[in-house]
Design a binder for this molecule. Structure first.
Ligand code: DO4
Ligand code: MG
Length: 280
């Protein structure tokens, strides 16, 4: 099942049928340990409405209201390699090798809802950066009790020159207005997502594909419940939280995003998150 936050209310999709939920409060709707069962029960009392499919293509909002967005880093070998290369002049490369092998993962605060955009909205690159990339990441949706209740697509927009200059600049490289995109909806499953699930990204410039790649989530060094349980150590999330799980796809070093690029990230079972790159 998938759930979508839209301008017209909360839409539940089940087996290709669309239902408008009776609930209008995203925070309380989402933050339920038994979300899958609750959705199954709710749709029994609702009538399917085919018009909602059309609504979804234009009116879907980021699936976030009061939740925070956190992110994991250096969870795939490709991310470890890329960070070590970009920070070699700063002598920071060693940190990335160490965190890849350490028991404690890298976890960082990424964004509030106000700095997160949804499908179709602009993601921004910083004016003071010359090297920017999208990071396509499977994103966990977790309840306040720490349970993984669903999955969405995340784009952890990153300024590689700022991050590479000094690891202490990470918050500036990662967290700024419209630096995070989430959506389109949240996939809610009874069983954990399959490790064979593929994440793909395609970047188009003036209609031409300038970068594309894919990876399976089983290439991740860490387990999803492991990342989830580290996040909840000594930290509470009264409305639940989104956790980006790191990127396994980094474009070659000569690639940087440009204003007007279209970034399309897809994850099997969840859908497609499309955003255009802008600058203020
Ligand atoms: O350590 C820097 C950030 C890593 C990250 O965002 C990733 O691996 O996805
Ligand atoms: Mg990332």
């Amino acid at each position: 099942m998938r759930i979508f936050r839209t301008t017209q209310g909360i839409v539940i999709e089940s087996d290709g049928q669309f239902f408008l939920s009776a609930s209008s409060n995203w925070d309380s709707f989402l933050n339920r340990e038994d979300l899958f069962q609750a959705l199954k029960t709710e749709i029994q009392s609702l009538s399917p409405n085919g018009d909602l499919a059309t609504l979804l293509s234009k009116e879907t909002l980021a699936p976030i209201v009061s939740q925070e967005v956190w992110a994991s880093g250096v969870t795939y070998l490709r991310s470890r390699e890329a960070r070590m290369e970009e920070s070699k002049d700063a002598g920071g490369g060693d940190f990335y090798a160490k965190v890849y092998d350490a028991e404690r993962p890298e976890l960082f605060f990424k964004a509030t809802a106000a700095r997160t955009v949804g499908p179709g909205a602009q993601v921004l690159i910083r004016r003071d950066s010359k090297w920017n990339v999208p990071e396509p990441e499977l994103t966990l949706c977790m309840s306040s009790s720490g349970k993984i209740i669903g999955y969405t697509i995340g784009n952890d927009m990153s300024s590689r020159d700022i991050e590479g200059e000094n690891p202490l600049y990470l918050p500036q490289a990662k967290s700024y207005d419209a630096s995070a995109a989430l959506g389109p909806g949240v996939l809610v499953t009874e069983e954990p997502i399959s490790p064979e699930t593929v994440i793909s990204i395609q970047i188009k410039r003036a209609g031409q594909v300038v970068f594309e790649n894919s990876i399976q989530i089983n290439r991740m060094k860490r387990q999803l419940p492991e990342l989830a349980s580290w996040l909840f150590r000594e930290t509470s999330f009264p409305h639940g939280v989104f956790l980006m799980t790191g990127t396994g796809i980094v474009p070659p070093n000569e690639f940087t995003l440009a204003v007007g690029d279209e970034v399309c990230i897809s994850i099997e079972g969840i859908g497609e998150l499309v955003n255009v790159v802008g600058m203020r």
